[in-house]
Design a protein around this ligand. Structure first.
Ligand SMILES: O=C(CO)[C@@H](O)[C@H](O)[C@H](O)[C@H](O)COP(=O)(O)O
Ligand SMILES: [Zn+2]
Length: 199
């Protein structure tokens, strides 16, 4: 029955979130520190991902540049998924694999953070962006799942890996969005002090 199927999605999503809370609170806190260190010293966050993760990259940038739940000074973030002219030109003239890495080389500066979002951990354009970020002396915060895929080999010790302990793309994405909100809330709490949100 359709209703039961829908209910099961809610139960599975909630179960994973309970489990993941323990595993992910430490790396998410590390991501808050990395992002905060960057933006408080004039840096910014470049965010990338494919499909649903492209939407997550944009969601994060909107909350960083605009606001999350509380008023605060604007914070620098750019989603590398939004400029169709840049993306189509790079994909057409070079390859789809380079759509993010060339933007990272163009925009990234030492001290910036790359937020790399991939449920499989293995999307070639996201991995190429990570390599470009390292060339620019940026820290990487990676949101993955499925055991991390190729992310383990791509990251440095100073990077942060938030790997959702699940194999289903949709479930992983649901936790990625929660992690993104935790990062936004953590940054606000560090900047403005603890406060319970009412929104
Ligand atoms: O949102 C979904 C599935 O829930 C899809 O659009 C999904 O994001 C796409 O298939 C992506 O290309 C998957 O890439 P990745 O997460 O493995 O890097
Ligand atoms: Zn999706």
């Amino acid at each position: 029955m359709l209703e039961q199927r829908i209910e099961q999605h809610f139960i599975d999503s909630a179960d994973l979130k309970y489990q993941a809370a323990q595993v992910l609170s430490k790396p998410i806190a590390a991501a808050v520190s990395a992002v905060l260190a960057s933006v408080t010293s004039g840096g910014k966050v470049l965010a990338c991902g494919n499909g649903g993760s492209a939407a997550d990259a944009q969601h994060f940038a909107a909350e960083f540049v605009g606001r999350f739940e509380r008023e605060r000074p604007e914070l620098g973030a750019i989603a590398l998924t939004t400029d169709s002219s840049i993306i189509t030109a790079i994909a057409n003239d070079y390859s789809y694999e380079q759509i993010f890495s060339k933007q990272v080389r163009a925009l990234g500066q030492s001290g910036d953070v790359l937020l790399a979002i991939t449920t499989s951990g293995s999307s070639p354009n996201v991995l190429a962006a990570i390599q470009a970020a390292h060339e620019r002396d940026m820290t990487v915060v990676a949101l993955t799942g499925k055991g991390g895929g190729k992310m383990g080999q791509a990251l440095r010790e100073t990077d942060v890996h938030i790997c959702v302990p699940h194999d289903r793309t949709a479930r992983i994405q649901e936790v990625h969005l929660l992690a993104i909100h935790c990062i936004c809330d953590g940054v606000d709490a560090q900047l403005l002090g603890d406060s319970e949100s009412k929104e």
